[in-house]
Write a protein that binds this ligand. Structure first.
Ligand SMILES: NC(=O)c1ccc[n+]([C@@H]2O[C@H](COP(=O)([O-])OP(=O)(O)OC[C@H]3O[C@@H](n4cnc5c(N)ncnc54)[C@H](OP(=O)(O)O)[C@@H]3O)[C@@H](O)[C@H]2O)c1
Length: 329
């Protein structure tokens, strides 16, 4: 079996040069510090990578983990139990926070609930995301992929920034925001972000361009937040290629992806490996704020357009205008 797996791994690297390879060695069990006292929030925490991130955090005993994801019929109990089972701790301090990143009202409600329950936020992982979905819009009329992957997270950060900054004033803290982007940001349309098309379903733009644009914006968000708030670390990461709910969605929508599914083990890794960049960025000492890392610990692989400070500045200004007046009472 080991030989077989080694053969698969080397075939993967030889044939596909997966960007999962070549990062620094990082083993969460060995290299993550104790998280005692920390409060952590993971968006998309019920999804495949988000749940694995929550599991790895839970192994290091934080004060509380908030799994922030779409409302579930069971109130998130099965997700919480899955994390508790994985760490063999039936009392692991995990809460489920309902949030729909496609609705400003839902984001406000979630942020208000979080702020009512907690005085501090040490680590926020902006991990929720969608890739191949039918064209559509958010509650406020933004293109759905951009609205969820970028704008919803930008609003969440605006509403939780006071808590992050208050936490940063406490002694001995290390406050982080990890924004999950993707190597798919390479697929963004020319210019990176089509500012005049961020509202409406954008049926004329291919799904991978909509996804790429949203992930360019996520890199820009990390850079702009890092510049404005030097007292915390904010970075963007690419997790690698992993078969998750997102890939299954791709298969549902695409014959090509269904046909190539048997080959996917050649160029994908497990969620346990896929979350290493999230975890490294959330905890390692040598993380540099404002950077994009792909794969683990390797900076500066973003495209020229994603690295363009005038684009992220323009995005920041556009975002401030769109989110103007949205505050918690
Ligand atoms: N898998 C990869 O190969 C890969 C590669 C590069 C980057 N990424 C990034 O990694 C992140 C995690 O994705 P994943 O691979 O773990 O996919 P996943 O299993 O589909 O997880 C995504 C999570 O986001 C949630 N979500 C979707 N719409 C939402 C909304 N409106 N509000 C709040 N949460 C919402 C999903 O909830 P539901 O399940 O209820 O829809 C799901 O729990 C994404 O940002 C993705 O772009 C993944």
């Amino acid at each position: 079996m080991d030989n077989f797996q080694a053969l698969i791994a080397s075939a993967r690297v030889t044939l596909f040069a997966s960007r999962n390879q070549g990062g620094i060695a990082f083993d969460p069990a060995r290299d993550m510090p104790s998280l005692a006292g920390k409060v952590i929030l993971v968006t998309g925490g019920a999804g495949d990578l988000g749940k694995q991130v929550a599991i790895e955090f839970a192994r290091h005993k934080p004060a509380r983990i908030y799994i922030a994801d779409l409302p579930r019929d069971d109130g998130g109990a099965s997700v919480i139990n899955a994390v508790r089972d994985a760490v063999a701790d039936e009392h692991a301090p995990i809460s489920y926070l309902d949030i729909d990143l496609s609705s400003f009202e839902s984001i406000k409600t979630a942020a208000a609930k979080f702020r009512a329950a907690e005085d501090r936020l040490d680590i926020a992982v902006l991990n929720a995301g969608i890739m191949r979905v039918r064209p559509g819009t958010t509650a406020e009329g933004y293109e759905i992929t951009f609205g969820i992957n970028y704008l919803g997270h930008a609003l969440l950060m605006k509403l939780l920034m006071p808590t992050l900054l208050r936490t940063a004033k406490l002694p001995g803290v290390d406050v982080r925001v990890v924004a999950v982007s993707s190597e798919g940001h390479n697929l963004a349309p020319k210019g990176g972000i089509l500012f005049d098309k961020l509202k409406g379903p954008c049926e004329d733009i291919k799904f991978y361009q909509r996804y790429g644009q949203s992930k360019v914006a996520v890199i820009g968000l990390a850079r702009e937040l890092a510049q404005r708030h030097p007292q915390i670390k904010v970075v963007a990461v690419h997790p690698g290629r992993i078969i998750t709910g997102m890939a299954l969605g791709l298969r549902k929508e695409s014959l090509l992806f269904r046909a190539t599914a048997p080959m996917s083990p050649l160029f994908c890794v497990s969620p346990a490996i896929g979350v290493r960049n999230h975890l490294w960025a959330a905890t390692a000492p040598d993380v540099e704020s404002g950077k994009y890392y792909e794969p683990v610990g390797v900076p500066d692989k973003e495209t020229a357009v994603a690295n363009d400070p005038s684009l992220s500045r323009r995005l920041w200004e556009w975002t401030e205008k769109e989110l103007n007046g949205i505050e918690l009472e």
